[in-house]
Design a protein around this ligand. Structure first.
Ligand SMILES: Cc1cc2nc3c(=O)[nH]c(=O)nc-3n(C[C@H](O)[C@H](O)[C@H](O)COP(=O)(O)OP(=O)(O)OC[C@H]3O[C@@H](n4cnc5c(N)ncnc54)[C@H](O)[C@@H]3O)c2cc1C
Length: 389
C-alpha cells in the first residue's frame, strides 16, 4: 500500500512515520526543505499541557504526554523537557473545572502566596491562582521535525520529496499533481499543508477558515538568572487580561514571550517581521510581569501563522469526497501537542484500519465532507486572499 503525505510539518511527518511503521510505502511531498523553516511547526519549542476547559480534551492531552514519550524514544534524542506547565488564573477568571482538574495526574492547585514562593521571577496580578501540572512541559519543535525527517529518510519504502509544490489532488483516483507536471498515485492521500491548505481548498471551505498571525519575542536570559528560568514551567497563561504566556529557555532554546493580544487575523502568509507597535506592547506588558525583564533580553521578534476554523477557532479535518483522502485543513493553535494522536488517527484512516481509538478531539474524530478535488489553480482563480509565496 502506498500513502502520499502532502506537507512536512509535524502532522505530515508523524503521520508518515505511523504509516511506515505499519508497513506502508510512503511519499512525503513538501514544497520547501524538509523540515521547512516556514512551516507553522518550525519553532524552537511548543507547550504541552493537559489542562483544557473540557475533560475530553484534557484526557487527550494526558494521552499525548505518553505518546510523546514514545516518539522521543523512536527519534532517539531528547525532545521533551518535563518542566511542568503552570496555568495562572487572574482575579476575575473562573477556576479550572473540577472535571478537567480530575483528569490531570499529580496536578496541584496553588494560591497567590504559593506561586510567589515558588516563582519569585513572576509578578502576577493580586488574587491570582494557578494549576501546576508536573507532567506537562516543553516540546523542542525543530528537533522533533529534524529527528522525524532523519528517521523517515532511513526507512525502507519512504521517499522524501522536498522542493515539490502540490498543485492538485484528485481524490477518487489517488492522484497528486506536482508543479513540475509529475503525477503521483497512491492508495490514500493525506494533506497536512498547514496555513497553505487554504490555497488548495474551494472558496466555500477556505472561507470558513481564519488565518492568524502571532508575534513572539525570543529572549536570552542573563547568565545570572539562567538557572532560575530553566527550572520555570511552561506558562500557557499568566492570568492577565492581555492573555500573556511564556515558554522557558530549556534545551538551548530561548525564553519565548507572547500574548493573545499579539495574535490577530491576517490576509496572507509571508511577512515574518514583527510590527514595531506589537513588539512594544509585549515589552511593556512583560516589564510589568517579570522581575528584572529588560528589552535588551530580546534577541529577535518574529511572526508566524496558523489557520483555524472561523467558528470554533480549532482544527478542521476533511474527507475528500468518499475517497481514502484526507485534509487536515486547519490546525488551530494547539495541534502540536496533540500531533502524535492526530497522526495515529490519520494513519489509521489512510491505512484502512480506521481510527481504532477516538482521540477525544471532536474535529479529528468527526471529519467533515469536502469536495473530492483540491486545486491550487481553482483557488487562485476564485480566491481573493492570494497564494503564499
Ligand atoms: C505562535 C504559535 C504558537 C503555537 N504554540 C503552540 C503550543 O504551544 N502548543 C501546541 O500544541 N500548538 C501550538 N501552536 C500550533 C501548532 O504549531 C500547529 O498546530 C502545528 O504546528 C501545525 O502543524 P502542521 O503540520 O499542520 O502544519 P505546518 O507545520 O505548517 O506544515 C505544513 C507543511 O506543508 C507544506 N506545504 C504547504 N502547502 C504545500 C503544497 N501545496 N505542496 C507541498 N507542501 C506544502 C508547508 O511548506 C509546511 O512545511 C502554535 C502556533 C503558533 C503560530
Amino acid at each position: 500500500m502506498r500513502i502520499i503525505v502532502v506537507g512536512g510539518g509535524v502532522i505530515g511527518l508523524l503521520t508518515a512515520l505511523e504509516c511506515s511503521l505499519a508497513g506502508a510505502e510512503v511519499d512525503v511531498v513538501e514544497r520547501g526543505t524538509i523540515p521547512n523553516p516556514e512551516a507553522t511547526s518550525y519553532d524552537r519549542h511548543r507547550v504541552l499541557r493537559a489542562l483544557h476547559p473540557g475533560p475530553a480534551e484534557a484526557a487527550a492531552a494526558v494521552e499525548a504526554h505518553h505518546r510523546w514519550a514514545e516518539v522521543e524514544s523512536r527519534l532517539r534524542t531528547v525532545v521533551y523537557h518535563r518542566v511542568g506547565a503552570l496555568t495562572v488564573r487572574g482575579p476575575g477568571e473562573p477556576e479550572a473545572s473540577q472535571a478537567a482538574f480530575a483528569e490531570l495526574p499529580g496536578a496541584l492547585r496553588l494560591d497567590e502566596d504559593e506561586i510567589t514562593a515558588r516563582y519569585p521571577q513572576l509578578r502576577l496580578p493580586r488574587g491570582s491562582r494557578a494549576v501546576l501540572e508536573r507532567d506537562g512541559g516543553v516540546l523542542l519543535a525543530d528537533r522533533i521535525l529534524a529527528g522525524a525527517a532523519e528517521v523517515l529518510a532511513a526507512r525502507p519504502g519512504v521517499r522524501l520529496l522536498p522542493g515539490h509544490q502540490v498543485t492538485g489532488v484528485e481524490a477518487p483516483f489517488g492522484l497528486v499533481r506536482l508543479a513540475d507536471g509529475t503525477v503521483l498515485r497512491g492508495d490514500a492521500v493525506v494533506v497536512a499543508a498547514g496555513p497553505w491548505s487554504r490555497e488548495l481548498l474551494a472558496p466555500e471551505f477556505s472561507g470558513g477558515l481564519t488565518l492568524y498571525r502571532q508575534t513572539q519575542l525570543m529572549c536570552a536570559v542573563p547568565p545570572s538568572l539562567r538557572g532560575l528560568w530553566e527550572r520555570t514551567p511552561a506558562i500557557p497563561s499568566l492570568g492577565t487580561a492581555e492573555g500573556a504566556w511564556l515558554v522557558p529557555p530549556v534545551g538551548g532554546a530561548p525564553l519565548k514571550l507572547s500574548a493573545a493580544v499579539a495574535c490577530r487575523p491576517a490576509e496572507r502568509t509571508g511577512d515574518r517581521t514583527a510590527p514595531r507597535e506589537v513588539r512594544a506592547r509585549l515589552v511593556r506588558h512583560f516589564a510589568s510581569l517579570l522581575s528584572g525583564f529588560r528589552a535588551e533580553w530580546i534577541e529577535r521578534a518574529e511572526d508566524s501563522y496558523y489557520l483555524a476554523d472561523r467558528e470554533t477557532h480549532g482544527p478542521v479535518l476533511g474527507q475528500l469526497g468518499d475517497a481514502n483522502a484526507w485534509i487536515y485543513a486547519a490546525c488551530g493553535g494547539s495541534s502540536f501537542k496533540f500531533a502524535p494522536l492526530i497522526a495515529r488517527s490519520l494513519a489509521g484512516r489512510a491505512l484502512g484500519t480506521g481510527p481504532r481509538v477516538p482521540t477525544g478531539l471532536t474535529a479529528v474524530d468527526h471529519p467533515v465532507r469536502m469536495p473530492g478535488e483540491l486545486s491550487l489553480a481553482a483557488s487562485l482563480h476564485h480566491s481573493t486572499t492570494g497564494v503564499a509565496p
